[in-house]
Design a binder for this molecule. Structure first.
Ligand SMILES: [Zn+2]
Length: 93
């Protein structure tokens, strides 16, 4: 197991609460971490996938392509490119 890269093992993520009408800052809310399902750690396999996704995104940005352009190039749907970059497990390998 590896420490969750999103919450760094804290099991929750801090997010700002903003007034929807005025945009005024209202405070900070703790949200349970969705990356590790609030366990604070992730499997080595998931960790590797996240690392690979970060590399894929960096590589795409270096080439100046949007997610849509990259999807077209790889003959994928844009959501599939973004899933790959976010380390989301591939349901249909
Ligand atoms: Zn987490």
């Amino acid at each position: 197991m590896s420490t969750c890269p999103s919450c760094h093992g804290a099991r929750f993520i801090l997010g700002g609460i903003v007034n929807g009408t005025t945009g005024a800052f209202k405070g900070v809310r703790r949200t349970l971490c969705a990356t590790c399902n609030a366990t604070g750690s992730i499997s080595e396999e998931f960790h590797e996938r996240i690392k690979r996704g970060i590399e894929l995104r960096a590589d795409r940005l270096k080439r100046g392509l949007t997610v849509d352009q990259e999807a077209q190039r790889l003959n994928l749907k844009p959501y599939q490119v973004s899933d790959l970059e976010n380390g989301v497990p591939n349901e249909n390998p």
